[in-house]
Each structure stands twice: as structure tokens, then as C-alpha cells.
Design a protein around this ligand. Structure first.
Ligand code: ADP
Ligand code: MG
Length: 232
């Protein structure tokens, strides 16, 4: 992102929610974006996730300029980004399997392959025995795991998680964070948005956003590496 700004307009009122944000996230990173309510997290996430466009500035995602038509932006979003939301956003009338398959069907992947890939993903995340269930028959933690399977099934360039533990008890929330860490260890790029400093601190890099600007950007040093550095 280069000089990304966002202005919301309502009639003659204008509100600037992001000021000249410059940000680079590399493949394979695990980044959290943290800040208080109203700081601009959702605004930034909507732009990162190709759900909304910046008012000015440039955002390149995997080499593609996102300043394009809405249709093209939707295509980029579907191909490149896996979303995980606080409230899971599962479709209640569909089975777990159909929920996970949906982004593949949107991509035009044939039913057989979509089904196979979705079952594999659900098995990997420990829900292989629940594929015919409806979301309402699962616990919150299980529903979030379905959402994670749905986010991963398209093999996206980036996982974008918006308060993924916000609706979960602390034990289940920790389990979901462990899954995200594991996915990052397997090479997935993860961007986690949260208002909670403790949750943000689980990421390898913590970006603090305040009043529409990046207030700090800290890369955490692995404790083993820190130890080695302190000895040398
Ligand atoms: N659609 C909108 N129209 C006008 N103002 C908005 C809109 N969306 C967000 N804002 C304002 O932009 C600021 C940042 O909002 P947001 O990105 O939702 O912050 P956060 O997610 O960190 O709570 C807030 O002051 C909010 O009121
Ligand atoms: Mg928000």
C-alpha cells in the first residue's frame, strides 16, 4: 500500500478514516493490526480484503493493481483472499460441506473437485465427521473451524481474519489462534485484525493503528534468536 487514504462522504460531510497509509506485507508473514474502536481497522481491512476501494493511493496485491472495476475486484477477492469473521458468516441453511465448497463453486471449479477439496480441508481441521451437519448443530469453535476451512479451500494468497476469536470463550479462542499459528508455519500469509493487544501479540509482527494512521509497526524477534543475538 502506498499513500492509501480513505474518505467517507455522506451528503456534504466528509470524514477521513485513513491518512496516507504505507504498508508492505510479505508472503508468509503473520501480521496483526490492532487499535481501539474507531481507529480505522475495519476501513483498512476492507481495502486490504478488496471489499472496498481506497479514495487515493495505490494498493498492489500479489502484483495486481486493485484500482480496477468492481467485477475484477470481486474476482481478485475470491481468488486471492480467504476471510474469517468474528461471527463466522456461515450460511445457516447449507451443510458444512456446502459452506466450504461455495467459494470453489464461485470460481467455476467442477462439483467433484470442489467436493473432494472441501472434504480434505474439513478432515484436516478435524471436522471430517461433521460434513453433513448444519452450522447450528456445531459449537462456536467448530463453526470457526468451518470458516477457516472455507477460507483455505481456495488456497488463497492471504488469510484475513477480523476478530476471529471475538465470539469465542478464551479457551476456544486460544485454540483458534493456535490453528492460525500452525497455518502460518505451513507458509500461509495471515493478517489478523483485533482490538485486543494480547491477541495481537500472538502474531510475529504487530501494527498499531490510531486515528487513521500507522502508529507503530513492530516485528517480534523469536526468543531463541534474541538469546543468540544477546550472546553475540
Ligand atoms: N461508512 C462510513 N461512513 C462514515 N464514516 C465511517 C464509515 N465507516 C467508518 N466510518 C468512520 O471511520 C472511522 C474508522 O472506522 P472503522 O474503520 O470502522 O474503525 P475500527 O474498525 O477501528 O473501529 C470511525 O470514526 C468511523 O465512524
Ligand atoms: Mg471495526
Amino acid at each position: 500500500m502506498k499513500d492509501i487514504s480513505k474518505v467517507y462522504k455522506a451528503g456534504s460531510n466528509e470524514f477521513k478514516a485513513l491518512y496516507d497509509v504505507n504498508l508492505t506485507i510479505n508472503k508468509g508473514e503473520f501480521v496483526s493490526i490492532v487499535g481501539p474502536s474507531g481507529a480505522g481497522k475495519s476501513t483498512l481491512m476492507n481495502i486490504i480484503g478488496c471489499l472496498d476501494k481506497a479514495s487515493s493511493g495505490q494498493y498492489m496485491l500479489d502484483g495486481i493493481d486493485t484500482n480496477c472495476s468492481d467485477g475484477k475486484l470481486a474476482e481478485i477477492r475470491n481468488k486471492k483472499i480467504g476471510f474469517i469473521f468474528q461471527n463466522y458468516n456461515l450460511l445457516p441453511k447449507l451443510s458444512i460441506l456446502d459452506n466450504v465448497q461455495l467459494p470453489l463453486i464461485y470460481q467455476g471449479i467442477n462439483d467433484k473437485e470442489a467436493k473432494q477439496r472441501s472434504i480434505e480441508r474439513l478432515q484436516k481441521i478435524g471436522l471430517g465427521n461433521h460434513i453433513k451437519h448444519k452450522p447450528s448443530e456445531l459449537s462456536g469453535g467448530q463453526m470457526q473451524r468451518v470458516a477457516i476451512a472455507r477460507a483455505l479451500v481456495t488456497r488463497p494468497e492471504m488469510i484475513l481474519a477480523d476478530e476471529p476469536t471475538g465470539a469465542l470463550d478464551s479457551k476456544t479462542g486460544k485454540e483458534v489462534l493456535e490453528i492460525l499459528k500452525q497455518l502460518n508455519n505451513e507458509g500461509n500469509t495471515i493478517v489478523l485484525i483485533t482490538h485486543d493487544r494480547d491477541i495481537a501479540a500472538q502474531a510475529k509482527r504487530v501494527i498499531t493503528i490510531s486515528d487513521g494512521t500507522i502508529a507503530s509497526d513492530e516485528v517480534k524477534i523469536d526468543s531463541d534468536v534474541a538469546y543468540t543475538l544477546s550472546k553475540s
